[in-house]
Design a protein around this ligand. Sequence first.
Ligand code: SAM
Length: 360
Amino acid sequence: MSIIEQQPVEVDGDKLMQFVFRAVDEVGATLNAALVVMGDKLGLYRALAGNGGLTPAELAERTGTAERYVREWLNAQAAGGYVEYDPDSGRYTLPPEQTVALTDSSSPAYLPGFFQIALGSVIDSPKILDVARSGAGFGWHEHVHDVHEGCERFFRPGYNAHLVGEWLPALEGVVEKLERGARVADVGCGHGASTILMAQAFPNSTFVGSDYHADSIETARARAQEAGVADRVQFVVEPAAAYAGSGYDLVTTFDCLHDMGDPVGASRHVLGTLKPDGTWMIVEPYAGDRVEDNLNPVGRAYYSFSTLLCTPASLSQEVGLALGAQAGEARIRDVVRAGGFTRFRRAAETPFNLVFEARP
Ligand SMILES: C[S@@+](CC[C@H](N)C(=O)[O-])C[C@H]1O[C@@H](n2cnc3c(N)ncnc32)[C@H](O)[C@@H]1O
């Protein structure tokens, strides 16, 4: 009996088969997350980059991997359009655009971190299944390392592309203060990509990056040493609602306000640590205010991350407001104003980010 014959009469057989074939593509894409991470970690993309084409044996030889695995991986990559296969020569080529997206970590189009955080989220999904039954949370710190490192590698290209050139200049008077010498707190900084980037751009300013996750802060300290900015950047383990210091010119939160259990408490604390004419820059995932505004590919990715990472992270903490990664401007404004800020506006945006300016 075919799939169509098993269904009630009102089912449109063509639509059903279209959906099934779309799902075939999506299952291939789901598995491809693991294959992209494999290609990245084994150096397969980097070895293919800029080559006129390699056979599986040549690629295996250059990367110290086993030819039989590499051949199968290459065929999956070719079927998905990630590499091109030439049947006459038996060689596989990485096209120029894929070379940039898969090997150039300085490009805004760099993708491996996106796949790495997605794969890490899927690896941890059995634990989310448990908490979805109980209603309990699951902390950011409890995830596999691929979530933490993938997050850093996913966000850094966007920060490189937009933070210094577009987002900070969109805030009133902030670049001038940073050039003269300002005090900056980067709250929920993770591995410190944003903190280090700002420190490199503004050598007269000093920066404190904080995060409640101790392992992330340890990595951030190592990154600051590697970048040669450890003299101007301090990284500390502290929760957003109680980080130390006051008199900051600028406080930043990059893609973390919605992950917090008590974002209103964090907002109140930010206000208390800012100078009277200071600025809070809030970077959040791009989203519209209504569910129907977000029913598109970007919204799909963010709602999925939100189910597996952001919502459980918030629910694991006190209050557990669980804004979700698609909170949108109106809900973020409510949270910021509830913390006591009087001025709030959207300062900039990209297809993936909303950037808000809050002032006391
Ligand atoms: C999605 S990651 C973003 C990390 C970093 N800002 C970036 O852009 O790469 C969210 C971060 O928020 C941190 N976080 C969550 N709740 C927090 C809290 N209550 N206080 C401080 N940090 C928190 C997590 O540990 C994690 O590093």
